[in-house]
Design a protein around this ligand. Structure first.
Ligand SMILES: *[C@@H]1O[C@H](CO)[C@@H](O)[C@H](O)[C@H]1NC(C)=O
Ligand SMILES: *[C@@H]1O[C@H](CO)[C@@H](O)[C@H](O)[C@H]1NC(C)=O
Ligand SMILES: *[C@@H]1O[C@H](CO)[C@@H](O)[C@H](O)[C@H]1NC(C)=O
Ligand SMILES: *[C@@H]1O[C@H](CO)[C@@H](O)[C@H](O)[C@H]1NC(C)=O
Ligand SMILES: [Ca+2]
Length: 344
């Protein structure tokens, strides 16, 4: 490219010089008393040829430059297309995987719903489903309960981890669903039950009215898995800002929710934290912020490569400080609850 540019400059200079010579010749000729007709026109003709030759050379060069440019653009486009194709392949694999999952899960749903139910054995959570012998992990649907005033609710049951019976209340694993949502959305819940979701603060409040255990399963980008369990976990109702209460930590990820104990829930449009800062806005998610975090399971989902890049920025990833510190964003997180007295 540089070479071509240089040639063009040289060419332009040559053209300028030529034009100058031509102009000088013309001036000289005007100064002359009476130029012969033949001499004048021969000169002009030869100059014309030279200009024409240079012009054609110039055109050829710009054609070549254009071709080079086109080649380069094409290469960039090809690269872009390759990465798009790769992304498309990942998406396709993901959707195929969830399709297979769906088929299994829809069957489970149907079984659960066709099972006879009386009000005395109403299904309230995954633990009660488990005790009714539904022992496959997947999506189930809790029927609406007019007595409790609860609507029909799709839930995801983890029937395997540490004895099963877990109702999943949060998941981060795909990364396409934003968790930077307002109070109302956190109240009602959002996302897709087989992908990333928040079950909803009202639902979490209802589920944890019975003494409950919280378990948090985490996975990092190196494939290592750790967990944190709280033998006691409950959140208050909306009037009390879904205040968090937990006790009796066990696990191997470290106790990074303790700092959030006894704090109210905050979202982008409701700053209930214990800080001058607006933690929910800074950390880009709804959570029980103190000032601000020792963990942030509803933070921004960063993909591999970006998961440690946010170091100098807001530390707004999906973090669990006592395992990976404030700047490492985890690959996968699941929060789940079950009654304290659950027995598998
Ligand atoms: C112009 O090009 C013609 C044919 O390509 C060549 O014969 C001629 O010498 C060139 N003239 C100049 C002034 O470059
Ligand atoms: C924590 O565990 C201890 C020992 O098992 C138990 O006595 C206590 O009640 C638990 N605390 C809560 C809040 O459940
Ligand atoms: C939490 O919210 C309640 C009301 O919802 C309020 O009375 C209390 O002061 C709040 N606590 C903090 C630490 O902000
Ligand atoms: C949370 O605070 C309560 C007091 O309100 C305390 O009893 C409990 O042990 C605390 N939990 C943790 C994990 O420190
Ligand atoms: Ca604040």
């Amino acid at each position: 490219m540089a070479k071509i540019n240089l040639s063009i400059v040289v060419l332009e200079v040559a053209l300028l010089l030529l034009a100058e010579t031509w102009a000088q010749n013309l001036r000289k000729r005007q100064a002359l008393p009476k130029p012969s007709k033949g001499q004048c026109c021969d000169e002009v003709r030869s100059l014309k040829v030279q200009v024409a030759n240079l012009t054609s050379l110039f055109e050829e060069l710009s054609r070549k430059q254009e071709t080079d440019m086109k080649k380069l653009v094409k290469q960039i486009l090809d690269l872009d297309q390759q990465s798009q194709q790769q992304e498309a392949r990942v998406t396709e694999a993901e959707s195929k995987y969830s399709e297979i999952n769906n088929r299994v899960e829809i069957m489970q749903l149907q079984t659960a719903q066709s099972a006879p139910k009386t009000s005395s054995e109403a299904t309230y959570d995954c633990a009660s489903l488990y005790s009714k012998n539904y022992k496959i992990s997947g999506e189930y649907k809790l029927p609406k309960d007019e007595f409790l005033g609860t609507p029909e609710l799709p839930i995801f049951c983890d029937m395997e981890t540490n004895g099963g019976g877990w109702t999943v209340i949060q998941r981060r694993s795909v990364g396409l669903t934003s968790f930077n949502r307002d109070w109302k959305q956190y109240k009602q819940g959002f996302g897709s039950i087989r992908g990333d979701f928040w079950l909803g603060n009202d639902n979490i409040f209802r589920l944890t009215r019975q003494p409950s255990t919280l378990r948090i399963d985490m996975e990092d980008w190196e494939g290592e898995k750790r967990y944190a369990e709280y033998g006691f976990f409950t959140v208050s109702n909306e009037l009390n800002s879904y205040k968090l209460f937990l006790a009796n930590y066990s696990g191997n990820a470290g106790d990074s929710l303790r700092y959030h104990n006894n704090t109210n829930f905050s979202t982008m449009n409701k700053d209930n934290d214990k800080c001058l800062d607006d933690c929910a806005a800074r950390r880009k998610g709804g959570y029980w912020y103190n000032c601000c975090t020792d963990s942030n399971l509803n933070g921004v989902y960063y993909r591999y490569g970006d998961h440690i890049k946010n170091q100098d920025k807001n530390q707004d990833g999906i973090t669990w400080y006592s395992w990976h510190g404030p700047t490492y964003s985890l690959k996968k997180v699941e929060m789940k609850v079950r009654p304290v007295n659950f027995q598998s």
